[in-house]
Design a protein around this ligand. Structure first.
Ligand code: 13P
Ligand code: SF4
Length: 325
């Protein structure tokens, strides 16, 4: 089979990709980090599967010589910023993020200049250039606690996700200035279909990611990061049926952890039954195999950008450790 990805190489169709990837990981002292939104076959061979905070923490402490990041570009960038001397591989360089794209650095720099005296908190789902313009990075796991670590009188800019920002404002009673960005995957859920689904499954708990819009979050029994949603479904007191309002990849871990429970993906506002991130789903076992074997494509960043983006990420990791997260 001719594989036409970043490299054009011949892959023997009889090759056991899982076996080969596991062999190459060992031989090259490589670690495979994967986000919950990856396809199940990738999740099943990962050394670590997690949310954005968990992945950054793993990247921080890994002893591996190569980090292969099965996620999207901004996640691999974070790993590189924390490990400038290590080789960071990404299976598909086109695995970007609509939320990160919604915040161009030049426009954000102007926005920041219009709000002097504001602390800049940025969601980790942004480019390294935006991180370099920020004071502290947050994820959906630690955002509320990090915002609350600032005095109420401190003006704050929150970028790039307006939905997560609005959710934090509501939860903390703050009035952070929000950048007008959003994730295409979490904005496309249908409120009408969600309400209908709940009527059809009255016992099911609605669990949602805070990147969703407010009217959807208002329907939710529980709101949290992907890890928080997964942990919620594991607890017996939270029931046996769940309508999951986030990217469908997370259902694999939910079903694995609770095989007897029922997980229903919330439908988007189109003809699809479930909601996949087109960027996350660019990664495949073939691309992971090729990336590991040929050590390409490698994520390359300038030393200057790495240096500028490091402090806000370090601030997040230090605060998370302080909060026991
Ligand atoms: P978390 O996994 O950190 O909750 O983030 C969700 C997401 O959209 C990642 O792209
Ligand atoms: Fe970006 Fe949304 Fe995809 Fe996450 S799910 S990578 S925020 S586009």
């Amino acid at each position: 089979m001719l594989y036409k990805g970043y490299l054009e190489v011949e892959i023997d169709p009889a090759l056991d990709l899982v076996k080969e990837i596991n062999y190459l990981k060992k031989e090259k002292r490589a670690v495979l980090l994967a986000h919950y939104y990856q396809n199940p076959d990738i999740q099943d061979i990962a050394d670590y599967i997690g949310d954005s905070l968990g992945l950054a923490q793993q990247a921080e402490k890994t002893k591996a010589e190569i980090i292969l990041f099965a996620g999207v570009h901004f996640m691999a960038e974070t790993a590189k910023i924390l490990n400038p001397s290590k080789k960071v591989l990404i299976p598909d360089l086109k695995a970007g993020c609509s939320l990160a794209d919604s915040c161009p650095p030049d426009r954000f720099a102007e926005f920041k200049a219009k709000h002097p005296n504001h602390v800049v908190l940025s969601y980790i789902n942004c480019t390294a250039e935006i991180k370099a313009l920020s004071d502290v990075i947050v994820t959906s796991t630690n955002a509320v606690q990090i915002v609350e670590s600032f005095p109420k009188s401190q003006p704050i800019i929150f970028a790039p996700d307006k939905n997560l920002g609005a959710y934090i404002n509501k939860k903390t009673g703050r009035n952070m200035v929000l950048w007008d960005g959003a994730c295409m995957v979490h904005e496309i859920f249908s409120l009408e279909k969600l309400i209908k689904l709940k009527h059809q499954n009255p016992k099911a708990k609605i669990i949602a990611h805070p990147e969703c819009e407010a009217p959807l979050l208002e329907q939710a029994d529980f709101i949290g990061s992907t890890t928080a949603l997964l942990n919620y479904t594991k607890k017996s007191e939270n029931g046996d049926e769940f309508i999951v309002v986030t990217e469908t990849g997370i259902l694999h871990q939910m079903q694995k952890a609770s095989p007897s429970k029922t997980f229903i993906p919330a439908p988007p506002n189109n003809n699809c039954a479930c909601n996949d991130c087109p960027y996350m789903k660019l990664n495949t076992l073939e691309k992971i195999y090729v990336a590991l074997k040929y050590e390409q494509p490698e994520l390359v960043m300038s030393a200057e950008l790495i240096e500028k983006a490091k402090a806000p990420i370090r601030n997040m990791l230090d605060l998370s450790a302080k909060f026991g997260l």
